[in-house]
Ligand binder design. Structure first.
Ligand code: ADP
Ligand code: MG
Length: 302
């Protein structure tokens, strides 16, 4: 527990810490500037948890920006019809905009819908429009309905170092497409009561996809989100998750932070909105840790 205590104990909000980024940021000091190591092959990472509001989108957005800021070519696939990722990136996603819906349902190439994210060189987003809401049903009758995203990503894989797929809060066909396309699953877990509820169902689905469709799939990363160091509950949840999942849990939990929740309102990630804030530094640390981990290697599967 010592490193966690060190990281989290002295601080309380994140806003005033923007003024004192260096000495209070035990974590920030471990994140080098400049380019980070790149994976030899593209890492396709599905960000999944069928609970809504646990930080899937927030984590996808900020990890992707952090990696791109340190030299990686990153594609983010927004697979949630709500299009929150597209909003956070300020990427056009009005109904009818070329989007991931066209890729999944009409076989349109990903390269035609991926849009560059303003202000973050190397970062692209395949937006989701509300059209995607119908895709679960439209896909049912299509051939190879589970592998459509995987095939689309395979075509552009060489253009990227990381592809993140931000899943909707369900375990339907869209999430299955993400799990078939990905090699790694990143599960954000909110440090709240009920955090672990439903997790076994997600793990079972991952296991099913692995057994039948994608033998390389594994849970490579668990990220604790909305961590409030002031509550015992957050500590307890974190400890329980660490005991259960072991080393796939990233060292740095993401603190609950007003800055993080404000950023999407400005069409930004917290990495660009307030890079000195505690939330941004925590995501930078998490991204750095993610980048330093072997892309292959078994994670937890149950
Ligand atoms: P999901 O994609 O799993 O549904 P989101 O990433 O959209 O979850 O997060 C749900 C809500 O919580 C959003 O309003 C988001 O801004 C907010 N949020 C996410 N992470 C944090 C955090 N670390 N601190 C404060 N608010 C957060
Ligand atoms: Mg989301």
């Amino acid at each position: 527990m010592a490193p966690l205590d060190e990281l989290l104990a002295p601080e309380d909000g994140d806003i005033d810490l923007a003024q004192a980024p260096v000495q209070s940021g035990a974590s920030a000091e471990r994140v080098p500037g400049g380019p980070w190591p790149l994976p030899p092959n593209v890492r396709v990472i599905g960000v999944a948890n069928q609970k809504g509001g646990v930080g899937k989108t927030t984590s996808t957005v900020n990890l992707a920006v952090a990696l791109a800021q340190h030299g990686a070519r990153v594609l983010v696939v927004d697979l949630d019809p709500q299009g929150n990722t597209s909003t956070a990136f300020s990427v056009e996603h009005r109904e009818g905009t070329p989007s991931i819906y066209d890729v999944l349902v009409h076989g349109r190439p990903l390269s035609e819908v991926a849009a560059p994210v303003d202000g973050v060189p190397g970062l692209y987003c395949a937006p989701a429009t509300i059209d995607l809401a119908g895709a679960e049903i439209e896909l049912v009758s299509r051939v190879a309905r589970e592998t459509r995203l995987a095939k689309a990503i395979a075509v552009v894989a060489a253009d990227y170092d990381y592809v993140f797929v931000d899943c909707p809060p369900s375990l339907g066909l869209l999430t299955v497409n993400a799990l078939v396309a990905a090699r790694e699953v990143l599960i954000p877990i909110q440090c709240e009561f009920y955090a672990l509820e439903g997790l076994s169902q997600l793990l079972r689905n991952i296991e099913l996809v692995r057994a039948h469709l994608n033998p390389d799939l594994h849970v490579s990363t668990i990220l604790l989100t909305m961590f409030d160091a002031r509550t015992r509950l957050a500590e307890q949840v974190a400890e329980e998750v660490r005991n259960h999942f072991g080393p796939v849990v990233l060292t740095e939990p993401i603190p609950r932070s007003v800055r993080i929740s404000e950023a999407p309102g400005y069409g930004q990630s917290v990495m660009t909105y307030d890079p000195a804030s505690r939330g941004a530094r925590a995501y930078a640390q998490a991204a750095y840790e993610l980048a330093g981990r072997p892309a292959t290697g078994e994670g937890a599967s149950s």
